[in-house]
Design a protein around this ligand. Structure first.
Ligand code: BGC
Length: 432
């Protein structure tokens, strides 16, 4: 059976974010959860009820308001040593995580030295185990004062506040980290926060969405320059949700829409930032199909939908082979090295994850063979975590977390991934 080898030094990692795993954060999200848990529990069935088997498998959990309160999460804040031992045991050589701004600067201008020291210990614990960190500086959550005093990212002043935070963090940890993902998927944040407005700050307004995008773009550029001034050899990553959209049915009218949807979802945010990143961070989860709709929604008389051939527990269409096409498109457009900073699936019973990962590895290998400089892959996620407005029922982790005891149990698919990480290769036998 053939073996696919990956370039020397390839980063094989997993990713998490602070609010989703640390536990007991106090930020704009934890406030929003309290105000919205009952509503989300009530609405879950209307959103996911049509996914085959969903009601029997997740209906009861999703109907419970407690599911939507992040609470102790995976208690990663206290159990990071144990979690990093798992990374090591699984032969991962990289880990992407985020620093929680609300812990570092809980009140405007007051830096929490204990929290700063804590993240240093985490970074040291990674280094001791030979694991390369990628630090995300912002993964969707804000200190409460960012919202109450400034009204969130639509206000350019928040960008300036963020820059001070970034300066502090990069100055603190530049001896331990070299890869910096500035913002996690600002496009998703703006889409869900201002266009569909189903997540914080939940303010439906195209004008506000534009303002927020502008603040992110400007702040991103300034942060890029700041990081390079503090650490010239740094690698700054622009992490972006990238989706592939297909026409349904495959008619000219649907085909005509694809470039517009592509632009709005995938490329719009990059405008003017092409020269301000060292690495493009590709975050790829699913394929969407555009079709005509009877209801007027976020896409006017069209809607984005799923086919349902091979799906994750949330009803997202999985097509790992399509990652090759996406990577080639991103490289053709930007001519920059790429790291897949997120990719994964909600798969509580671990039925599809191993197959998904080997097909994904094949797609990455195929892209590399066509000259695309892919430098690493970060599976989402290391741990079962708090999946934002869906709460805890979707389980993305290599590691199952018992919510009552916090006991960690490694899922079998993680062992399949460990084999790839250990050998820096994919054995094709049994992988199809
Ligand atoms: C986000 C993660 C999230 C994942 C799965 C990504 O867009 O960055 O925070 O958990 O998707 O939905």
């Amino acid at each position: 059976m053939p073996t696919l080898h990956f370039p020397k030094g390839f980063l094989w990692g997993a990713a998490t974010s602070s609010h989703q795993v640390e536990g007991n954060n106090h930020n704009d999200w934890s406030e929003w959860e309290k105000a919205n848990a009952s509503r989300l529990a009530h609405e879950a069935k209307s959103v996911f009820g049509s996914v085959p088997g969903w009601q029997e498998r997740f209906g009861a959990e999703a109907a419970d308001p407690k599911n939507y309160i992040s609470g102790a999460a995976a208690d990663h804040w206290n159990r990071y040593e144990e979690d990093f031992d798992i990374l090591k045991e699984l032969h991962l050589n990289a880990y992407r995580f985020s620093i929680e701004w609300s812990r570092i600067e809980p009140e405007e201008g007051r830096w929490d030295e204990n929290a700063i020291a804590h993240y240093r210990k985490m970074l040291e614990a990674l280094r001791t185990r030979g694991i390369e960190p990628i630090i995300t500086l912002w993964h969707w959550t804000n200190p409460v004062w960012v919202e109450t005093a400034y009204g969130g990212w639509e206000n350019p002043a928040v960008g300036e506040k963020f820059l001070r935070f970034a300066e502090r963090i990069v100055s603190e940890y530049r001896d331990l980290a070299h890869y910096w993902a500035v913002f996690n998927e600002p496009n998703t944040f703006v889409g869900l926060g201002y266009i569909t407005a189903i997540r914080p700050p939940a303010r439906k307004s195209i004008w506000r969405a534009r303002q927020a995008i502008k603040t992110f773009q400007l702040t991103y550029k300034k942060t890029y320059a700041l990081i390079h001034s503090l650490q010239p050899e740094s690698k700054v990553i622009l992490s972006h949700w990238l989706a592939l959209t297909r026409p349904l049915p495959d008619t000219w009218i649907h085909r005509c829409l694809i470039p517009l949807i592509d632009y709005l979802r995938n490329w719009q945010f990059f405008k003017g930032l092409e020269n301000f990143c060292d690495i493009i961070g590709v975050q790829f989860y699913r394929i969407d199909y555009v079709k005509a709709s009877f209801r007027w929604g976020a896409w006017g008389p069209f809607e984005l939908t799923q086919l349902g051939k091979w799906q994750n527990d949330m009803g997202w269409d999985l097509e790992p082979a399509a990652l090759e096409q996406l990577l080639r498109r991103v490289f053709d457009r930007f001519k920059k090295p790429i790291i897949i900073t997120e990719n994964g699936l909600a798969d509580r019973d671990d039925i599809n994850r191993a197959e998904f990962i080997s097909k994904t590895a094949m797609a990455i290998h195929a892209a590399i063979s066509h000259g695309v400089p892919v430098r690493g892959y970060f599976h989402w996620s290391l741990l079962d975590n708090f999946e934002w407005s869906e709460g805890y029922w979707p389980r993305f982790g290599f590691v199952h977390i018992d919510r009552a005891t916090q006991k960690r149990t490694i899922r079998p698919s993680a062992l399949a991934y460990a084999k790839i990480c250990e050998t820096n290769a994919l054995e094709m036998e049994g992988s199809l």
